[in-house]
Ligand binder design. Structure first.
Ligand code: EPU
Length: 337
């Protein structure tokens, strides 16, 4: 069913809980309804997809239409002794889907436990954590193409997935409304415990079962990342910057303990934005209603009553301080509207 809301408050529809409003919100739960919403002569002039609102910062009244998918079906498509494919509609909470997999002994999504957001958002920025990314389990993405006024499907390869990136942030930006995602999960145990404390935390729970890995990931995340219900935030506010290897080399010579990781391009290195912000002296920094989280400097938080503009001003300040100290530009990972 299509539902419309006008001049609607966004406070409870974004994980930063900023006090902004939207001119119009259109909710739909069957993908065919998009044909009606975007029928010729009917198309909203300005629109944006609002999923769980976990990776978005509203800095002002949204003067357009927010399209809000509400379909929550999970349908098993194929299954054999080795693997299972499942189609999941966009409004299913990502972590409910991970729990669904873990309960059924299906491998592949467990390291992505507790990532906030909906399934429909997972391909857009190719969500990732603890050495795994959504692209490792996504087989197809179904979406409505507003430009072509039709429903389309892309294979995993066609999505051009990269670190926090995909075709949906590039060529298809402002065009695609993801309605469902197909995942391929394995029935063969395949623990991926190489990242940070994960192996130790999993061992402490009795070894590499799906349930233990999920619990370990949840415990690590709960320790470092603030609960959006308590402290408004959108997870990592910045992406880890990818710099020329020569730039990284100069910085490593100066800051011996600076974390750095390989990037997809061998001539580049990925640095840890959280470390850079922390070393710039900003961990726990507070400016009025907003601040830098005191356990993970990559996360900006709303201490209560903040506007989007205040969060943005803090983000700019953090970017300036990091650029001044290290000569490195850090980019927002969160979508700023
Ligand atoms: N660090 C600090 N101080 C800080 C934060 C980090 O020194 O305040 C150091 C850490 O000690 C570590 C390095 O920086 O050496 C990297 O930190 P961490 O392992 O916590 O991961 P991250 O690079 O900060 C990324 C993702 C997270 C994901 C974690 C775990 C991005 C932008 N963020 O963070 O994703 O949970 O890895 O895999 O890639 C998100 O996207 O919302 C998110 C939380």
């Amino acid at each position: 069913m299509i539902k419309k809301y006008f001049d609607h408050p966004l406070r409870d529809l974004n994980s930063f809980h900023v006090e902004e409003r939207a001119d119009c919100i259109i909710e739909f739960d069957r993908k065919q309804e998009l044909d009606e919403i975007f029928a010729e002569g009917n198309t909203p002039e300005k629109w944006y997809v609002l999923g769980g609102g976990n990776n978005i910062l509203f800095t002002q009244q949204y003067k357009g239409t927010l399209i809000h998918p509400a379909g929550r079906n999970i349908t098993v498509l194929t299954e054999d002794s080795e693997q299972l494919t499942v189609e999941v509609e966009s409004a299913v909470e990502w972590d409910d889907f991970v729990a669904w997999c873990v309960e059924r002994e299906l491998w592949g999504a467990e390291n992505l436990s507790l990532i906030p957001g909906n399934v429909g958002a997972s391909p857009v920025q190719n969500i990732g954590a603890y050495g795994a990314e959504a692209k490792d389990v996504i087989s197809k993405v179904h979406f409505y193409d507003v430009e072509q006024r039709g429903h389309r499907t892309l294979s995993n390869a066609e999505c051009h997935f990269a670190y926090r990136d995909s075709i949906f942030k590039r060529e298809l930006r402002g065009r695609a409304i993801i309605t469902s995602v197909e995942f391929r999960l394995s029935k063969q145990p395949n623990p991926n415990l190489g990242y940070g404390d994960l192996a130790r935390e999993t061992e402490a729970r009795g070894g590499a079962t799906l349930k233990n890995i999920r619990e370990a990931v949840c415990a690590i995340r709960r320790h470092k990342l603030p609960d959006t219900a308590v402290l408004g935030n959108a997870g990592s506010f910045f992406k880890n910057p990818i710099v020329d290897a020569a730039v990284a080399k100069t910085l490593i010579a100066k800051y011996e303990n600076m974390p750095h990781y390989p990037a997809a391009n061998p001539e580049k290195r990925k640095l840890a934005a959280g470390w850079l912000i922390d070393q710039a002296g900003l961990k726990g920094y507070r400016a009025g209603n907003v601040g830098v989280h005191d356990r993970q400097a990559l996360v900006l938080v709303n201490h209560g009553g903040a506007t989007g503009g205040e969060v943005m001003a803090l983000a700019r300040y953090v970017q300036e301080q990091v650029a001044q100290k290290f000569g490195v530009e850090i980019e927002a990972e969160v979508n700023v509207l």
